[in-house]
Design a protein. Structure first.
Length: 326
């Protein structure tokens, strides 16, 4: 059962809801999968469009999210199935309830406000919390374990590859030096190590106070650790491998990304599915026997309106891409 604690704490503002409903082509009777149910805002909006005999399947790896979704979607028990698991296992999860194909799949790849504000798992450096960062608390790997056991070179790679952090080497060296004296266990401790390791920005001549201020030095490091702990990019790759095969003809796939690494994977996979030949470049004659399976609906990535960014600042970096099964 859902605890009152979670129901009070769980807060998340769904991004681009009208665009999601449009690209999924939600209509009565359809079966739609919300592969990252989160705060259930998208799920509820979808469900209201596909009633009275449609089916909403919600998937999430975070049990807190599922407990919250259970409460939000409680008025429609006959039209909702909630499944615990990572969306990288979407085929297995859908097949486990006897469904072979669906009419639409949504994946919202963003982190929720609940994780940042109330989960107590160290996703943010705005408060002092255990350095956890797991979306699925059933898994073993935590940010604390990574920070205190990985070699300097591996930490550097994570910060550079997943966070696109300019000072990855300096930060990794500082962490390794610090942990020799005492393990790094909290979000504020890590943020302070990063702050000290990164050179202060040079103030431009004539600049006003606060002008040109950059993001907190630890922002990219925290994002990189979160991606690494949860194997987020691997999960997106696996999801994009499976999702098209679950769609019925005319079914829609809609993905919301929040940084360039996520969006790059989605964009390239959708383009590949729209191309009949999958042979490597330079081969004069197609030998793969491939065929076009999807039609991309968003020739240019869809972005939030200025009005939505005003209402929901977390939406400002969102990219929506959608495709239809042929």
């Amino acid at each position: 059962m859902l605890t009152s604690d979670i129901s009070l704490k769980y807060r998340h503002v769904s991004v681009m809801p009208e665009e999601v409903l449009h690209y999924l082509d939600c209509r009565p009777g359809k079966t739609i999968v919300d592969a990252t149910v989160g705060g259930a805002g998208h799920s509820r909006a979808i469900l209201e469009r596909i009633l009275p005999d449609g089916m909403l399947i919600g998937i999430d790896q975070d049990r807190d999210a599922l407990r919250h979704a259970e409460r939000v979607l409680a008025p429609w028990p006959a039209n909702v199935r909630l499944l615990h698991g990572n969306f990288s296992r979407i085929s297995e999860l859908i097949e486990s309830i006897g469904i072979r194909s669906v009419d639409g799949i949504l994946a919202d790849l963003g982190i929720s406000l609940y994780h940042i504000e109330a989960s107590g798992r160290g996703f943010s450096f705005s408060r002092d919390e255990p350095l956890d960062m797991r979306m699925n608390t059933d898994t073993e790997m935590t940010a604390e374990l990574m920070v205190n056991t990985l070699a300097e070179g591996e930490l550097k790679r994570i910060f550079r590859e997943y966070g696109e952090e300019r000072w990855a080497g300096r930060i990794a060296r500082a962490i390794v030096a610090e942990r020799k004296g005492c393990p790094v266990r909290s979000s504020l401790s890590l943020a302070e190590i990063v702050r000290r390791a990164v050179p202060a920005p040079k103030k431009k001549p004539g600049a006003k106070s606060g002008e040109g201020r950059r993001i907190h030095p630890a922002t990219r490091v925290f994002m990189a650790l979160r991606i690494a702990v949860n194997r987020e990019l691997d999960s997106i790759e696996a999801f994009m491998d499976q999702a098209p095969g679950l769609l019925a003809p005319g079914g829609r796939l809609c993905v919301l990304s929040f940084h360039s690494l996520e969006d790059r994977i989605v964009k390239h996979r959708m383009r590949r599915l729209e191309t009949a030949c999958g042979c490597p470049p330079g081969i004069p004659v197609c030998c793969c026997g491939g065929r076009k399976t999807m039609k991309v609906l968003t020739r240019k990535a869809c972005r939030p309106t200025a009005g939505e960014v005003d209402r929901n600042p977390m939406s400002r970096s969102t990219t929506l891409r959608a495709a239809e099964k042929l």
